[in-house]
Design a protein around this ligand. Structure first.
Ligand SMILES: Cc1ncc(COP(=O)(O)O)c(C=O)c1O
Length: 384
């Protein structure tokens, strides 16, 4: 039976769920995973810590995941060069859950979120799932860059309760500089004088709800691959700024489902109001702590993946394709008169990339060099 025949919320009727095809193909370069399996020492440590946690599974886990948050704060401080205390860090089952908790707390019915498309499609879907209305801002249609003036103008015009920035952005792989993020934050705080004039022009219908003082979420799922500094550098004195991260990409730990954020302690307190009790299992917490103890080993693959990304960019440009400058472990390439036909032709050759629904473009993840070779020869064959 179609769910539409159930008493489903009207805004969910006829909608499709998120889903990258999980096909059994030799070369899978469609979900921006890290292709390197966990190193043996890390795998051994995870096994040992999870085995130890099994002994007390009759008890609920630490609801506040204090030890894990301290470890995450330590990692983030080390990686970004900005020390953080554990009360500024929160963790959940993947950064998707962190984002959902943020919208449960700061979005919701009668509120709106702004994102700059094309961007990570889950931002829009989580908005929908939490009853938050979605406002689609745009990017430069050619370079997919987000110009600071355009971003600020959109924030002033729409006075959103939540602004999503994504850096590096999925699927374009473009990253933001700190000046752009700070300018968006100022606009969202109502600190910029134009916020009032935007409301006065009548364009910002929600300004009456005080929406000009919105939260700004910087989704940094791919930060470790970027050449730009992390927005963690901006957290001091910006209580409505949130930086979300994940262990799914650089850490090669997607299967364990751990995402986290750094923000003002008040944001972490706010999320306690919406998180489910004991949301992070004892096994997840143990596995994540074991993996963090081996961060340096895992992060060695980041260098290899950056090199592979740069090689793919060079090779694709070498055959005359356009490639958007990439700060991530994936890249957007095109332009094709019929991207769907190219996607299918690559699949026929055993290579799965992602059709993100952006006319003319396809997205490919940097994988193992041998996978990159297979992808490049399939591309060359398809282009004839
Ligand atoms: C931009 C971005 N944010 C967040 C996520 C979610 O990652 P996870 O829930 O695995 O932490 C992804 C996953 O692809 C992503 O591309």
């Amino acid at each position: 039976m179609s769910p539409d025949r159930l008493p489903l919320r009207p805004e969910l009727r006829g909608q499709s769920p998120y889903g990258a095809p999980q096909l059994d193909v030799a070369v899978r370069l469609n979900t921006n995973e890290n292709p390197y399996p966990p190193p043996p020492a890390l795998a051994a440590e995870v096994r040992a810590q999870v085995a130890a946690a099994v002994a007390t599974l009759n008890r609920y886990p630490d609801r506040d995941a204090k030890a894990l948050r301290a470890d995450l704060a330590g990692y983030l401080g080390h990686h970004t060069g900005h020390a953080l205390s554990a009360d500024r860090v929160w963790a959940a089952n993947g950064s998707n859950e962190v984002l959902q908790q943020l919208l449960q707390a700061f979005g919701g019915p009668g509120r709106r979120a702004l994102g700059f498309e094309p961007t990570y499609s889950m931002h829009r879907l989580i908005a929908r799932g939490t009853g938050t209305s979605w406002v689609a801002g745009s990017r430069d249609p050619d370079t997919f860059a987000l110009e600071p003036a355009d971003a600020v103008a959109a924030v002033r015009r729409h006075a959103p309760d939540v602004v999503f920035l994504c850096s590096p952005n999925n699927p374009t792989a473009t990253a933001l500089d700190l000046e752009t993020i700070a300018a968006v934050y100022d606009a969202a705080s109502g600190a910029a004088s134009g916020a009032a004039s935007g409301a006065a022009s009548g364009a910002a219908s929600g300004a009456a709800s005080g929406a000009a003082s919105g939260m700004v979420i910087v989704d940094e799922a791919y930060a470790e691959f970027s050449r730009r500094p992390s927005a963690v550098a901006l957290l001091t004195d910006r209580p409505r700024l949130v930086v979300t991260r994940t262990m799914s990409k650089a850490f090669a730990f997607a299967g364990a489902r751990i995402g986290y954020l750094a923000a003002d302690p008040a944001v972490v307190d706010a999320l306690q109001l919406v998180r489910l009790p004991y949301h992070l299992s004892a096994l997840t917490q143990a596995a994540a702590r074991a993996a963090l103890a081996h961060a340096e080993d895992t992060l060695r693959t980041v260098t290899a993946l950056r090199d592979e990304r740069d090689r793919l960019v060079g090779e694709l440009r070498g055959v005359g394709l356009r490639v958007v400058d990439s700060d991530a472990n994936f890249l957007l390439f095109g332009r094709f008169p019929d991207a769907g036909a190219i996607w299918r032709a690559l699949l026929e050759r055993g290579v799965l990339v992602r059709d993100v629904g952006l006319p003319g473009w396809l997205r490919v993840s940097a994988g193992l060099p041998v996978e990159g070779d297979a992808f490049l020869s399939a591309v060359k064959e398809v282009l004839g």
